[in-house]
Design a protein around this ligand. Sequence first.
Ligand code: PLP
Length: 1022
Amino acid sequence: MMPEARVAPPLAPCDASRIALDLYSLEVTARSLPGEYDDNFHLLASDSREFVLKFMHPSREESFVDMQCRGLTHLALRAPHLALPRVIPTTDGQVFSRVKTQDGSSRLVWLLTFLPGMTLAEAKPHSRELLASVGSLLAEIDMALLDFSHPDATRELKWDVSRSLWARDYLSHVRDPQRRALAGRFLTLFETEALPRFPDLRRSVIYGDANDHNTLVSPPWPLPRRVLSVIDFGDLHVGFSVAEPAVAAAYAILGQERPLTAASALLSEYHKTFPLREEEIAAFFPMLCARLAVSVINSAHRRSLVPDDPYVTVSEAPAWQALERLAKIHPRLAHYTFRSACGLPAVPHEEKINHWLNTNSPAPVISANLGEGNCVVLDLSVGSTFLGADPSRFAEPVATAGLQSILRAANVTVAIGCYNEPRPFYSSQLFSSGENPTNERRTIHLGLDLFTASGTPIAAPFSATVHAFADNRSALDYGPVVILKHETTDGLAFFTLYGHLSRKSLESLHVGDPIARGQSFASIGEASENGGWPPHLHFQLILDLLDLSTDFQGVAYPFQRDVFTSLSPDPNLIVRIPGHCFPPATPDPDATLSMRKNLLGANLSVSYERPLNIVRGWRQYLYDENGRAYLDVYNNVPLVGHTHPRVVAAAQQQLALLNTNTRYLHDNILRYAERLTALLPLPLKVCYFLNSGSEANELALRLARTHTNREDIIVLEHAYHGHTSTLIDISPYKFNGAGGQGQKPWVHVAPIADDYRGRYRRGESDLGKKYASHVEQILCTMKRTGGGIAAYIAETLPSGAGQIVFPPNYLAEVYKHVRAAGAVCIADEVQIGFGRVGTHFWGFETQHVVPDIVVLGKPIGNAFPLAAVITTREIAASFNNGMEFFSTFGGNPVACAAGLAVLDVLRDENLQHNALNVGIRWLAQLRKLQNTHALIGDVRGSGLFLGIDLVNDRSTRAPATAQAAYVVNRLRERGILAGTDGPHHNVIKLRPPLIFSDSDADLFTATLEEILHEDSARRSPS
Ligand SMILES: Cc1ncc(COP(=O)(O)O)c(C=O)c1O
């Protein structure tokens, strides 16, 4: 079948305007729209209505236009809720008519309502929800078309997927031989996998052309984005029903790194409304691939006819890229994936094999009693406390030693590693989807591990032949591995895989050798030969090797878990360890969330639209239950990195010795107080230890009030100082926010010295002085009215207010006024102390002041609960008024041991210096991004305390709150954790552990930049 070419000279917009007036009495301005054969125009009527006027290709038959008009009218009746184009009749009631054009040719013309909307091709990104909604819309259209018929719907159409093999004759137009072979390969796949199924596939009238340029999607806001409509019903035809989602999926996967995931999103939703049969699902992948192959071959051919026609080549580059990606996927894996997406067992014969295994008796794979009490089941999951976070504990020889001590303690010879368990230790590049540490990794263990002595013989559970064997020598690979092939009584083949064998095992094996049930054919290898693991057998059941032989994976990506656990069912069907020996299944994220809602206070907030279940932390990474690593750019508490071994060891060792209260003498508290005060300027010499920032701020207020004998406090706008009653009263962020009780008479709020959004701005003179004058005014008013202020409390670089850096001289001026009024100055360093700002160890040093009371918390114990208040001897003396000060846990030996270790690590790893250097470079990168992205209004901060202020309008600085939430949620999807802050929640706050590196900053910036190109980051919701 020859693809058609445009033959008539194109019409001009003035022709369109004239016809609109003649036939439809519409006064319009017309604009040409792209089209492969026909001349289409966008019409804007004088009353602002919009239409599409279609001048059909001269060779078009009336019946063809009639079919479209009737089809659309049918859809408008059957599915009126769908926002599809509607046909507008001429003033004399015709749905289409014939006109003579100025060149003398005769053309059919008809008018449709214009549907506004961005095309799917233009939309960024293609979220799961968006693609799913495409599937759902198409299924609704196809359901509504089930009772539609038209003589022209059965016609020869080059885009009818069932006819895809026409493209074979045009393959030679693809010049590049590799690409030609690639396209040809997918036509062959269609021939071998789709064609034979034709008799079993249902036919119906389908829309048939859901390419990404015909699919209109909703605006970037509100989220989630959905499909609006499809346009161009010229390919309406009687075709295979499954071709509808297959064509749509062919375009939905363009640009997608995971084509099967994208196609599954669309297919699964289609299937919910238009349930597909197993044979139809089996034809889906070959059809999808064939459509792309036809598309690129068509483009190559059209280019030979019309070298510069942009319309035909529009999808070409992404289509080739998609074909290259598809070529790396085994068609049966695709088939299984799509079955799984439709709620079927991924592997069709899974149930039969499982039944056979359940009804046949296997010989033991190793000759050990694996019944209860004779083996231990290990927890090797991502959140295993046995493994801990430190990867050196998973590596040899430590791993073997740890395992042996478990076996000794349990007095058994075999330990079991579980099937379908997400694990943290598949750390080599072999298991990663990319170069970045946050790229998803294969973590789901597909076998059962039997840890026991090397040399232990392995026997075949059922009669078998040797299918394959190899020595996979890469680190953390299988090492020597054997695959046996078995057959069920019905002749169904399945395989068992034995990994981490001794090299000797392979010496006497030959492919095709028969192995009797119970015959020993291999033995367990040593760590030196088995890929670097403690001696064990990795035993895996495989229903389809996907032509991978000994490279069949033993560990799967979490996103492929359903498919791979069907391909490799539980090997305990063969090993038969009692089920109750295994831990109960972990609740899924939805169950965890609903338990949380049920058991915990509902106003305990949770981060991100898709909350994270974090089970492990190591250095600057947090890991979810599936082992996905997230770069932690948010948490300032793990100052020296999550689970730093020195801090962990210090706390663990002290906890194993003693933890008690401060009514006994103990060296730790004194050593710690000595170290802390040495880091603080005079006269800050007296320490009080507590357990949280809130407790510490609470105590700071008591100190100030006792010392001054006054009650009133000056605070800054938007400040947050803690969750106790008094601290809520001095936190405008809370008392002015939802559920807040308003300002108490003893609280005085001064403007935040924010030189970006505040009342005095960057570029003005004496900003510090101007902002400080407001504090002075409060003090004067109080004095005039006979009252007095006890304290001025402020973060020295306010975080809650939006990562603010005070203008120079601000605190110096404020402190001068405060002290002159007999009040004290409290510096809340809970967020930024301990070197975070890079230039200085403490935030107050950046302002060249010394507070009277310093409050420390959060990072002080690197996540061990600890906080401190440090003050002058004078204030401490006032506080010593007869009332005992006591905090049961404050300053306990374990907390102080942790605090001491943190100070050691900060010094030994030179982390303040790192914060400075990485911060300077990162800030510059982000400011560069600001030059090209209008959304970024300001980038500010110091060291590893940075804020990116997102705005909808740089001149008004209108906060881009919705976009900030969008960016943060997208970063989370991409494996980066950040948060928002500020009164408008539009400031992306960056406060990573101080071990954050240049490459971490690069990854953040590059990812942010990609997200800033997405539609919802570029458009405002209003
Ligand atoms: C500046 C500041 N001060 C005090 C606190 C209270 O600390 P905690 O939550 O440890 O009680 C916080 C907590 O976010 C804070 O940000």
